[in-house]
Design a protein around this ligand. Structure first.
Ligand code: 3HC
Length: 272
């Protein structure tokens, strides 16, 4: 939003340390872009000054477009939207970056559900051109058109999606992820599976991608899809354990399989 649209941005979170972390990332990214000559160095202080970090919804009162990216739990999403609606104008668009949840349900308790639209980015957000725009049951045409126009101004390629579980990309990605996990559960080595699938032409190995996305988000999306299509999106018990142990991936910082992961991951014996 800063780089492409140069508009004032409010970043809200629930703890100062989270807001500080977000601000640190924005600062680093803007400075990096300036060093690469993509934005004018003299404009850096001005651009950074456009961002207002806050812990208070009241600071969002004059926002025209809000993107929620809170935990992937429907009750939390609904609570945040409800609180937000008390502060913003009736025409403020409420966009959601949910990976898999129903946008229709998220909007269902609001006074103005017609302003809610899915706005789903991909990791790493600054680099990936795709943006899924989700039309929920009550999304109005002005909300949808504003979302498309905003996405276009952000330099993204916008794709209209039905409000179906995990939309388009994650529905495909998770089908592949489920099979990838199954290959390891059946007795193959993480590296062997990663190398074999990477050799087929993807931009990065599947378990590296899982770490980029974050195992917790990937598991959540897997579970949403398993609820909708139980036979096609079986959730690996090992994968659940990985998330329960708050692991950031199957590899450690040295790029080798994390010994703890190797220890708890139950594989078929003998291998299939
Ligand atoms: N964070 C931020 N930016 C990153 C990054 C990271 N982890 N990794 C790379 N980038 C940026 C680089 O800085 C560079 O930006 P620049 O052009 O402005 O300098 C740009 O991405 C390209 O990076 P590289 O030159 O290093 O190019 P690579 O060829 O190595 O590509 C990649 C890196 C773009 C990350 C590529 O490996 C890729 O496309 N990987 C697959 C990513 C993917 O599939 N994402 C979707 C996941 S699904 C999802 O997010 C949905 C969610 O709901 C689960």
């Amino acid at each position: 939003f800063l780089r492409r649209m140069k508009v004032p941005v409010v970043i809200k979170d629930i703890k100062q340390e989270f807001v500080d972390k977000g601000m640190g990332y924005v600062e680093q990214e803007i400075n990096r872009q300036a060093e690469k000559g993509r934005i004018d160095k003299d404009s850096v202080p001005w651009l950074l000054n456009l961002v207002e970090p806050t812990l208070d919804y009241a600071d969002m009162a004059d926002c025209d477009f809000v993107i929620e990216a809170v935990l992937e739990e429907m009750p939390i999403k609904k609570k945040v939207y409800g609180e937000l609606e008390e502060h913003v104008s009736e025409t403020c668009i409420l966009a959601t970056n949910t990976s898999s949840l129903s946008v229709t349900e998220m909007a269902s308790d609001l006074k103005h559900p017609e302003r809610v639209v899915g706005f789903h980015f991909f990791n790493p957000v600054a680099a990936m051109p795709l943006l899924e725009i989700v039309k929920a049951e009550k999304t109005s045409d002005p909300a949808l058109i504003t979302a498309f126009d905003t996405g276009r101004k952000l330099g993204k390629r916008c794709v209209l999606c039905k409000d179906a579980p995990a939309f388009i990309v994650n529905r495909l990605l998770l089908r592949s992820m489920v099979e990838t996990l199954k290959l390891v559960d059946e007795g193959n080595d993480f590296k062997e599976v990663d190398d074999a699938l990477w050799a087929m032409g993807g931009p990065m190995p599947p378990f590296v991608l899982m770490a980029l996305v974050g195992p917790a988000i990937a598991l959540h999306t897997n579970e949403t899809l398993a609820d909708a299509f139980p036979d096609r999106y079986v959730v690996s018990e090992n994968f659940k354990e990985l998330v329960a142990r708050k692991k950031s991936g199957v590899y450690g910082p040295d790029g080798q399989v994390d010994p703890e992961v190797r220890e708890f991951w139950k594989q078929a014996d003998p291998p299939k």
